[in-house]
Design a protein around this ligand. Sequence first.
Ligand code: ATR
Length: 277
Amino acid sequence: MIAKVAVLGSPISHSLSPKLHNYWLQKYNIEGKYYAMETKAENLYKTICNLEDRGFVGVNLTVPLKQEILNIIDDIDEFSRKISAVNIVIFKNGKRIGFNSDSYGFIENLKYGIKLYNCCEIENYLDKVVVLGAGGAARAVIAGLIKCGAGEIFIANRSLDRAINLVDDFDCDNLVVSPWEERDNLLENTGLLVNTTSLGMVGQPDLNIKLDKLPNNALVTDIVYNPLDTKLLITAKSRGNKVVDGLGMLLFQGQMAFEKFFGVIPDVNDDLRNLMI
Ligand code: ATR
């Protein structure tokens, strides 16, 4: 039987996941099909039941369903529970098993980007990290950074209480909450600056931040990939910082998802990046 998977979310028409997974399916000669299905939160349970009945292997979840799905799954690993967001569900033996691959995607993308610069290891940038945002994406990013042994991680978010909740949930001494208004000043001695907010994305306002205090040897990364060169990355690059764009995070989270769905670890390389742009 043909292996079927869908990505669920709303809006979904812009999703690059079908192009990515269907490319890999063809490349690795796997008899499968990956669909995009517009799904609003109120229809999620019904849709999941329907896809299970139709013999789907599993689903990917995107905005706004990554937290909603937590109420519907039977099992989740400890790491994804901490992030409290699930972007992969596998249907297996009558159970729905949830995973988060955004964290993996973020870290692998950083490593890939650093390697392109032919320079030092990721650990060299992690003594002091500044994360902008405290939503679901920030949780995945922060979980990955902690796993990589990051030192102090400062979290600046427009809504302070959301950042405080995040820190409470993670219960990790390395996390420090900072007011959004302090974001320019936080950059002193920072090795890595990460934007996890939606600011800078097409249709959204730009991220407003002054990089004057950021060391020139710091690394700057944005999880926004549309556009690929956000204003943040352009400004950082112009003052000599190394930058890593957000496209690879999508590709690497897809890599882990593809392995769970289809049992093959697909290759992520520059050809794939060019195909997806
Ligand atoms: P995701 O799952 O992609 O993280 P999200 O949970 O909606 O999406 O989080 C979006 C992030 O962008 C949040 O940190 C949000 O800040 P708030 O928690 O204060 O809402 C941030 N964000 C969105 N619009 C913003 C804006 N105009 N100014 C500052 N931060 C903004």
